[in-house]
Ligand binder design. Structure first.
Ligand code: AMP
Length: 215
């Protein structure tokens, strides 16, 4: 593990899009304001109004990796991502309650009962494997990186496992959710060494995020 070099700086890893949008008011309440607008800036390191605090903009799925290795001290990412991440070198002290959705099993409307081995398309291999293993159901999981909804429509799989918010994407593609696998929201994660060596800064961040959580 990389040891944090400077006790007085804090690097926060976050992804663009929905999580960032919902995180911004929480950051502002914590007194952290990015100098550049992440929506228009192409910079991957965003300085903030606080000299010691910077944001790095990366893919949501990469956030646990940066934090685990100490390249970022803390990060914000979805529980869906954390369930897929294999490492264990992370603290997860806070559910921020933002970017809420559900990881769901879905199938075409009126789909016939599957005879033989079930095929499921998903990006969420671990969660899907665990879900079916817990039910003793044999399943062939086909990894896709996006547009999962397409797979059953073209006969690639019988069902899909994907994130669902409003349900509009499922509906628009003739699919229906049949079970909730997990409730999802974004979590604050902290590097283990940073939790010790940057205790005060991390604690301040946890406290001000806690105060900004709307339940
Ligand atoms: P919806 O049509 O509102 O049910 O949204 C479903 C689509 O948005 C799917 O393609 C999901 O992968 C994506 N999605 C929904 N909620 C989230 C979230 N919290 N984080 C990331 N992607 C999401």
């Amino acid at each position: 593990m990389i040891e944090p070099v400077n006790k007085n700086t804090l690097t926060i890893a976050v992804s663009k899009g929905r999580i960032f949008k919902e995180l911004l008011p929480m950051l502002n309440k914590a007194g952290i304001v990015p100098v550049d607008d992440p929506d228009t800036s192409r910079k991957l390191i965003l300085e903030t109004n606080q000299p010691g605090i910077r944001l790095i903009i990366i893919r949501a799925a990469d956030v646990p990796t940066y934090v685990e290795y100490g390249a970022a001290d803390v990060g914000i990412t979805g529980k869906d991502v954390l369930l897929e991440h294999e490492g264990t070198e992370l603290y997860e002290p806070l559910d921020l309650g933002i970017a809420r959705c559900r990881l769901m099993l879905a199938e075409p409307v009126g789909a016939p009962r599957v005879s033989g081995r079930l095929r499921v398309a998903t990006k969420y291999l671990n969660s899907t494997r665990k879900y079916f293993a817990a039910r003793g159901i044999q399943v062939e999981i086909i990894k896709l990186y996006g547009s999962m909804e397409l797979a059953p429509l073209l006969g690639l799989t019988d069902k899909i496992v994907d994130l669902v918010d409003t349900g509009n994407t499922l509906k628009a593609n003739g699919l229906v959710a049949v079970d909730t696998i997990c409730e999802i929201s974004s979590r604050l994660i902290v590097n283990k060494a940073a939790m010790k060596m940057k205790k005060n800064m991390v604690k301040q961040l946890i406290d001000s995020f806690s105060a900004a959580i709307t339940r």
